[in-house]
Unconditional design. Structure first.
Length: 268
């Protein structure tokens, strides 16, 4: 776990490791990355079973539904920790902070919290991002398989049970060959996890590489599928890089204002 994540919570907090581990599971729905690793959690305090989480979005105009979804997921996730009884989310300088905080902290569904704006439920949006994340995670696995020397026919013939995990590495077994390493274990596990979240076949005999309808890919379809998947993955990575850059610039500007403030007062 990165040092900046470890430093969010003091070491004497009960269930500290569990709290941080649960938070790592909360993803930015669009970027398919942990809100912890993206730097979206500015502070985290726990006192007598009450957790207060302050979010730090890249801009004050981030889409309300995205922010609501992350805030809701953080609160729901932390409430699964037995030692936490209440969770308060703060959204900081976001333009809709008051409405988001009121709704999320009361456990109000998004459509009700923003009923006056005619906003719909988040379920459809969640499904859209789950599917994008599936394609992006699958593309990373496909790159590992191709880099390991597997042919299109090899890849299309693979079953979920052909994956093996040895330490931090993922290996794949092809008929008549020794197992070959295809990438980090976490990469493959994240792909299998997303398959499960989408209700796709996770049995050892199930096809490893399928489309979103759980149909195995044929050799003829594979290359076109890989090209489309690469576009999705690059788009998510570009958006993630942009968010990090904007957030970093915002933090730098805030630090400069804090630093320059006293100097200006002295010059007067």
């Amino acid at each position: 776990m990165p040092n900046e994540v470890q430093s969010l919570l003091s070491f004497d907090v009960p269930d500290r490791a569990l709290i941080l581990e649960r938070l790592q599971r909360v993803l930015d729905p669009e970027l398919d990355e942990s809100v912890l690793h993206l730097g979206f959690i500015a502070s985290l305090h726990v006192h007598e079973g009450h957790a207060t989480v302050a979010l730090r979005m890249p801009t004050s105009w981030c889409a309300v539904n995205f922010v609501y979804m992350m805030a809701e997921d953080i609160r729901d996730t932390l409430l699964t920790v037995a030692s936490l009884h209440t969770v308060t989310i703060r959204v900081g300088e976001h333009f809709a902070a008051s409405a988001i905080e009121t709704g999320v902290n009361a456990g109000t569904p998004f459509a009700e919290a923003f009923a006056a704006e005619g906003c719909g439920e988040l379920a459809t949006l969640r499904e859209t991002f789950l599917r994008k994340g599936f394609i992006s995670r699958q593309e990373r696995l496909l790159r590992g398989l191709k880099d390991a020397g597997l042919t299109a026919a090899d890849i299309c013939a693979l079953r979920i049970g052909d994956l093996a995990f040895v330490g931090d590495a993922c290996l794949v077994r092809c008929a008549g060959r020794q197992p070959v390493e295809v990438g980090p274990a976490d990469m493959a596990r994240r792909y299998l996890q997303r398959r499960a979240e989408l209700g796709l076949n996770g049995a050892p005999t199930g096809s490893l590489i399928t489309d979103l309808q759980d149909q195995p890919l044929t050799v003829e379809r594979l290359e076109e599928h890989v090209t489309r998947a690469r576009t999705v993955r690059l788009s998510l990575e570009a958006n993630g890089a942009l968010c990090r850059a904007v957030l970093a610039a915002r933090q730098t500007q805030a630090h400069e204002l804090v630093f320059l403030g006293p100097l200006k007062s002295v010059q007067r």
